[in-house]
Design a protein around this ligand. Structure first.
Ligand code: AP5
Length: 226
């Protein structure tokens, strides 16, 4: 069975952090729509020019554009053996299209990272990312960030959409447009909720266990259907 995982959760819930880790551990690609868009903005491509202002205001890019990007990406060979999607779907329309894209492939596993709003605001206000490669800076227990990126040595900067006003807007957009996805997916046997307020290591362990139980569920259902 392929691991076809989607990570749900509010801005700052830790989707990117956990997606990166589980994709590495399981040997499948991490597909982050936020990263794809930020790379396009940084490279100044046609796509980047179209989405820059929308992203800086904390609004969602159009469903049509996002669905086309994800459809193309999931058709690539490396994603046929599984993937971790981070940041997509974000609307019910995107989720409906994803179901259609997934027809004939193993079922989606849906993991929701739950974190209280006050924690989200604090995490995003404190986040620094590498201006060159986009990696999150690792802050130590005393709250100190290193001077430069530990992956590539690039300068650490605040993401343009991490200032307080835009963070508030992103959280509202999440409540309005993305949270309804929980009702869309909750009744599926492969839906799992993970407590995202724990340490990154605990979250990773719980996510891994949740994914394994969902994979088992798929195997037993497929076995029964044979
Ligand atoms: P996107 O990049 O997806 O942003 P987001 O959903 O707001 O998510 P973040 O990257 O802010 O948070 P995260 O949950 O990944 O948390 P992270 O692991 O970084 O999207 C950006 C924009 O692109 C959108 O606003 C929209 O405009 C557009 N877009 C993208 N996809 C789209 C789509 N499908 N449709 C339409 N528009 C789309 O962690 C956050 C911080 O917390 C880090 O500093 C991290 O180190 C820290 N942290 C992580 N885990 C823990 C932990 N367990 N304990 C303490 N700190 C932690």
């Amino acid at each position: 069975v392929s691991l076809n995982l989607i990570m749900l959760g509010a801005p700052g819930a830790g989707k990117g952090t956990q997606a990166e880790r589980i994709a590495r551990e399981r040997g499948i690609p991490k597909i982050s729509t936020g990263d794809i868009l930020r790379e396009a903005v940084a490279a100044g491509t046609e796509l980047g020019r179209r989405v820059k202002a929308t992203m800086e205001q904390g609004q969602l890019v159009s469903d049509e554009l996002m669905i086309a990007i994800v459809r193309d990406r999931l058709a690539r060979e490396d994603a046929r053996r599984g993937f971790v999607l981070d940041g997509f779907p974000r609307t019910v329309a995107q989720a409906l299209s994803l179901d259609e894209i997934m027809r004939g492939r193993d079922p989606l596993i849906v993991a929701d990272l739950a974190v209280a709003e006050a924690d989200l605001v604090r995490r995003l206000a404190n986040r620094l990312v590498c201006g060159s490669c986009g990696t999150n800076a690792v802050v130590d227990a005393a709250g100190n960030a290193p001077k430069s990126c530990q992956q590539c040595g690039g300068p650490l900067v605040q993401r343009k959409d991490d200032n307080e006003a835009v963070v508030r807007e992103r959280l509202q957009v999440y409540q309005r447009q993305t949270k309804p996805l929980l009702d869309f997916y909750r009744s599926r046997p492969t839906f799992r909720e993970v407590d995202g307020a724990q340490s990154p290591e605990r979250v990773a362990a719980d996510l891994s266990a949740a994914v394994d139980s969902a994979l088992k569920q798929i195997t037993s259902t497929q076995g029964a259907g044979r």
